[in-house]
Design a protein around this ligand. Sequence first.
Ligand code: BMA
Length: 348
Amino acid sequence: MSLFRSPHNPIIGPKDVKPSSKDFEVIGVFNAGVTRFDDEVILLLRVAERPISTHPDIVLAGVYDVALGEIVLKEFSRDEPENDFSDPRLIIRPDQTYLTSISHLRLARSADGINFDIEDTPALGPANDIESFGIEDPRISLIDGTYYITYVAVCPLGVTTCLASTKDFKSFQRLGVIFCPENKDVVLFPERINGKYYALHRPVSPLFKKQDIWLAESPDLRCWGSHRFLCAPDENRWDQIKVGPSAVPFKIEQGWLEVYHGVGRDNRYCLGAVLLDAGRPWKIIARGEKPIFQPQADYETSGFFSNVIFTCGLLFEDDKLKIYYGAADTTICYAELSLEEILDGLNL
Ligand code: BMA
């Protein structure tokens, strides 16, 4: 598959983003929601911040405290055997898991799609109990003139998905939790199908070790039901361990094209393509056997969490997929893929 990576990659890195307070450093800017608004490309960046620790043996976690209305710091000693730091994203304790960074969403705008002006303060940050460990991985769907944003909210109750909306990217309305724990990677179809709204989502079954893609429908974008299983990791291919929706699906002549992410046994995050029926999105028309995009460049193979290509959004323009993606959970990069080659990979 011929792929164009921007020579300017990474187009946004942690140094380009102002921390939200002097107590934090930005360690990652990645997994951005994408749309066009007022002739500009809008990115809603996931900004991951770490509290600055003054002692090398102490790891700090930021937790939003609702009563105080601010992020408070919790200390974890590297010497304490009960603290497991083996995953750089987590502090695992017998009683509770914490995150090593806390994320918020930040707006960036660009006329050319490559050079972005990044706002100095968060557009949306943790603001309630459900969001106390941060908010992550936004996806933007333009539906009937309103921009709907699904985002992951993390707290001690688990990982949920919330909904927000905006018409101007200045003021945002929070519409609450739409999928309860554990469920993330929710993408809304940008139009109603036979009068109903549809979403792809990724529930988790710890008992059966399942992380599959499901489809749900809704009369109003808030109440989701009629859940249907769509597709699972595939033992014999590249996405053996887990799959999840990634970009907002977009319509082509042959149906809905969904760029999803899959994780293999080697723990690499790659992107794949699946084509869904236009009027019956629970029907898979084709699923590519190979990934359409995998980590190869230095900035993809090494970083905070290495070997990750993860997208929350793309622009489908001029028969090209203009993909904004998180590389190694550290930076935002840009690549282009041709629709024709993706369809070839789907044997269409
Ligand atoms: C997934 C998501 C993404 C992240 C990826 C790799 O589960 O949480 O936010 O980019 O893991 O760490």
